[in-house]
Design a protein around this ligand. Structure first.
Ligand SMILES: NC(=O)c1ccc[n+]([C@@H]2O[C@H](COP(=O)([O-])OP(=O)(O)OC[C@H]3O[C@@H](n4cnc5c(N)ncnc54)[C@H](OP(=O)(O)O)[C@@H]3O)[C@@H](O)[C@H]2O)c1
Length: 265
């Protein structure tokens, strides 16, 4: 088997590549082993034609770039279809606008900010180009210091960065290794369409930050916190809980809660 991991120099992509290789899959990573700009459609088609992967996992993104998130995802889907590869596309809970009740797998996107809109556009493009693709909606990705969420909490707590973690922004954080294992499992299944894969524990960003502080030997009381309104930021989806019941029933991978994954349970 031959897998191509798009975004393998990143946190999640690196974990997917590591697990796929450990499972005996021959793995090519883009961004790391083989530089690729997914906004360059010709380059994507050429790389896929030369690697001829059976599986493609697309973890590549940049939150500030519509072109990378949306157009890039479409280019990857076109290239995967062109070589007959099975595609797992990684999406985000940011496609949702926020509400107190959990979101189910097939709930339509209701984005409220540009990143969420770009990820929603990517989902629509990928599903139209490749109806057999898996679209994994996930939440805050935690783990070691490769995690942007972990680095943010540590930088704010130690004063390397100014700002605060929200006490009223709710998510379902997931460990990168658990998510990568679920993605590898989904790649070898025949599942098609949207699926939520997020952690079982519902936490505010502030609560998550305190867990991260404890994990790193810092005083959790020193984690700076505020509300979204106090931060003065524009509209953000406050409460997004992903219901991952379908994934739990389908997958052998056990998804740990944030406290257990950070070993502070
Ligand atoms: N991080 C989270 O908390 C979170 C939450 C929900 C969903 N997600 C989703 O999870 C996925 C992975 O997130 P992550 O935290 O692992 O991201 P990450 O560590 O920032 O990695 C992103 C990867 O995308 C690559 N990339 C960026 N622009 C590219 C381009 N034009 N062409 C090719 N590759 C490009 C980067 O390569 P270079 O570094 O070489 O530029 C890097 O390998 C994304 O789809 C994201 O939307 C993340």
């Amino acid at each position: 088997m031959n897998a191509l991991v798009v975004g393998a120099s990143g946190h999640l992509g690196g974990e997917v590549a590591r697990l796929a290789s450990a499972a005996g899959t021959s793995t090519t990573g883009s961004g790391g082993w083989s530089r690729l700009d997914i906004t360059d459609r010709r380059a994507v088609l050429d790389l896929f034609a030369s690697v001829r992967p059976q599986y493609v996992i697309n973890t590549a993104y940049r939150a500030s770039s519509w072109t990378i998130c949306a157009d890039g995802a479409a280019n990857v889907a076109l290239a995967a279809v062109a070589v007959g590869a099975r595609l797992v596309h990684v999406s985000s809970d940011a496609v949702h606008g926020g509400r107190p009740t959990p979101y189910l797998d097939d709930d339509a996107p209701t984005p409220v900010y540009p990143y969420g809109a770009a990820k929603a556009a990517a989902e629509t493009a990928v599903a139209a180009i490749d109806p057999a693709a898996v679209l994994v909606r996930t939440s805050l990705i935690i783990g070691d210091e490769r995690s942007a969420q972990v680095r943010l909490a540590l930088d704010l707590t130690t004063g390397r960065k100014q700002g605060a973690l929200f006490t009223d922004e709710v998510r379902c954080p997931i460990d990168a290794t658990d998510l990568a294992a679920a993605i590898v499992e989904l790649a070898s299944s025949d599942y098609a369409g949207l699926i939520n894969v997020a952690g079982p524990e519902v936490l505010t960003r502030a609560e998550l930050g305190r867990l991260i502080a404890v994990r790193h030997g810092l005083d959790p009381a020193t984690v700076p916190t505020c509300t979204i309104a106090e931060s003065g930021m524009g509209p953000r989806p406050a409460d997004i809980r992903l219901d991952s019941t379908r994934a739990v029933g389908l997958l052998e991978t056990r998804i740990r809660g944030a406290a257990e994954a950070l070993s502070v349970a």
